[in-house]
Design a protein around this ligand. Sequence first.
Ligand code: MD3
Ligand code: FE
Length: 205
Amino acid sequence: ARAPIAPGAVHIPDWLAPERQRELLDACREWARPPAGLRTVHTPGGGTMTARQVCLGWHWYPYAYARTVADGDGAPVKPFPHWLGELASRAVRDALDVDASGYDIALINFYDGDARMGMHRDSDEKTDAPVVSLSLGDTCVFRFGNTETRTRPYTDVELRSGDLFVFGGPSRLAYHGVPRVHPGTAPPELGLTGRLNITLRVSGL
Ligand code: MD3
Ligand code: FE
């Protein structure tokens, strides 16, 4: 069932079947390994993100994205696999009924029980192609705000393992964040402690 949250923002619970969740989790675990694996991200304001991150296709190299190098160990950024682009196109079609191609970068965030993500906008990409978000593991509270301020009005939505969220149109530039994760709520058969979020994007580079 498609649930529009705001213009261009569509939530499809249970979009990924359990076997597909399992395959995606296995892939994420591979990508998380060094070289160019999981790392802690520092923000321009001097903060440290509590969710750790892996990038495919480009990398946050303070303080801009680049295709060249991972700042931790200097290793090349891992490539963005073709099948992930196909998955993104299918997600956009299912959510918004539009054709989309050119997906070339992924950001994968790993949350433990205490991790959060503050309200922010994603404005580094040079295109307005919809962002595709896939959740695995623990349920979280996802806060979808407005394009003007980090504060109210916003809508809180629970994102569960297997859920798809697509952000296109005016929603692409809305403030959003993850105020909390509910530990221990992952499907037991998945074998994941914590939460994983995969975002698929068009870089425009
Ligand atoms: C709305 N990730 O990676 S997913 C991010 O759960 C990010 O890890 C969160 O915010 C997470 O930038 C939220 C939902 C999401 C992702 C990208 C968006 C919402 C978005 C881009 C534009 C608007
Ligand atoms: Fe974001």
